[in-house]
Each structure stands twice: as C-alpha cells, then as structure tokens.
Design a protein around this ligand. Structure first.
Ligand code: PGA
Length: 252
C-alpha cells in the first residue's frame, strides 16, 4: 500500500540557527505523540541539508532538497547537481514546484531531465503539478495537470515511477490562505491517479502517493487527508512552526 507523507517545504526562509530550533521542536513534539505511520520529510534550503540530515539521523524523519540541476556536473555556476545531493544523503527532492515553473521558467521538458538526474542518484522525486486560477476558470485544469504529469514523468518505466511522489498544488491556493475544498482536491487527485493508471496500470497507480499542497494548516488537514486519493500534504507556511507542522502530521 502507498505511504502517507507529510513534507515541509521551507522555501527561502530561516537561518541555520532558526532551522535547527525548528527541527528540535518537531522532533520533541513528534516523540511524544506519533504512531509512526506517516513519513515526515523536511525540505530545507540547500546550505542546511547536511546539518539537518545529521540532526534527524536518529529519527525516522527524511530530508529533501527544493530543487536540483538538470545537468550532471560542470561549468554551471550556482547549480546543484543530483550526485552532490546524494553525497550528503538527501532522500528526496522537489521537482517543478510552481514557484520554479513561474519565476524560473522551468518547463516540463527541463523537469523531466531533473527527474532523471535524481533517480539516477537514487533520490526519490516529489513531482509538483497544478493549475493557475485562470486555467481553472477556463475549465482547463484537468488538461493542464495531465500534461504536466505526462511530460514530466511518462518517460519513466513502471519500476522507476514507483520512486516518484506526485504533489498536486493548485497555484491559486499556494500561500494565499485559500485552500482547495476537500472535494476539489479529491477530484483532481482521482484524475491524476486515473492518468497514471491508464499509462502504468492500476497496480502501479495505487502505489504512488499523491500529496495535496496549498494553504494546508492544522484546521483543514484532517478533512483533506480523509479523502480517498489524498495521501498527505506538501506544507509551506505551516511547516515553519513546529506545533502547526506536528499537528498536521497527527491529522492522519
Ligand atoms: P503553502 O505552500 O502551504 O504556504 O500554501 C505550499 C507549497 O508551496 O508547497
């Protein structure tokens, strides 16, 4: 059966001392109160990966990167390669977060290369997809998300795609305080699973965790996570507070 996952995407926030305090807080609160059934992933900025990994090494918490280069190595100033991430024991990496797609012009074909670099280095992928408000208003949301999933992932074999987690994040719900209703989210998650099943077969599609992201908070996590095809959350703002993040983890 597929895993339940709660991942905290810190984005470009926190200094190292603040980050370490946050992790300490999360570890303390989790140890009081966890049934261990949900995988927890922390996704700090690059410079903190090693330190945070060391901090969680005695726990079940995994660590992820927010991005990686499409290139293997060489003269690409400012880029971070997948084998570098692997060498500091990074477990996961985000690919195609809407902020990368929008502000850094990352297109699906580039994202497909990033997926390859990560899987070559045994790093699991959290592949993000989601439509803009305009696309939803024009009733294009199912097509947009389907295309993102196809172009980013469908070059993978069934065995490879099992190392991918999909995160559905409607752009209009990210950092806006506006959440997709549980019904809207479930509808899209079921659609994504159907798209995966049509290509890879039901058994593979049933194994892939699909996370929801976009203004998830303690108050709405439970009703989102209760939906059949929602296997957890990718949390931005609320992952910066230990108490909120842990209460989202405990919402399963
Ligand atoms: P948010 O961000 O929870 O602050 O809306 C989610 C994300 O962008 O991953």
């Amino acid at each position: 059966m597929r895993k339940n996952i709660v991942a905290g995407n810190w984005k470009m926030n926190l200094t190292l001392p603040e980050a370490k305090d946050l992790v300490e807080g999360i570890k303390n609160q989790l140890s009081n109160n966890t049934d261990g059934g949900t995988e927890v992933i922390l996704i700090p900025p690059f410079p903190f990966l090693t330190e945070i990994k060391n901090q969680v090494v005695d726990s079940a918490i995994s660590v992820g990167a927010q991005n990686c280069s499409m290139y293997k190595s060489g003269a690409y100033t400012g880029e971070v390669a997948a084998n570098m991430l692997a060498s500091v024991n990074t477990d996961y990496a985000l690919v195609g977060h809407s902020e990368r797609r929008e502000y850094f012009n990352e297109i699906n074909q580039v994202l497909a290369e990033k997926v390859n670099r990560l899987l070559e280095n045994n790093i699991k992928v959290i592949y993000c997809c989601g439509e803009s408000l305009e696309e939803r208003k024009e009733d294009k949301h199912f097509n947009v998300v389907e295309t993102q999933v196809e172009l980013g992932l469908f070059h993978l074999s069934a065995d490879e795609v099992k190392n991918v987690v999909v995160a559905y994040e409607p752009v209009w719900a990210i950092g806006t305080g506006e959440t997709a209703s549980p019904e809207q989210a479930q509808e899209m998650h079921a659609h994504i699973r159907r798209v995966l099943a049509a290509y890879y077969g039901d058994d593979v599609a049933e194994e892939i965790s699909i996370l929801y992201g976009g203004s998830v908070k303690p108050a709405n996590a439970q009703e989102l996570f209760q939906q059949t095809d929602i296997d957890g959350g990718l949390i931005g703002g609320a992952s910066l507070k230990a108490e909120d993040f842990v209460s989202i983890i405990n919402a399963f």
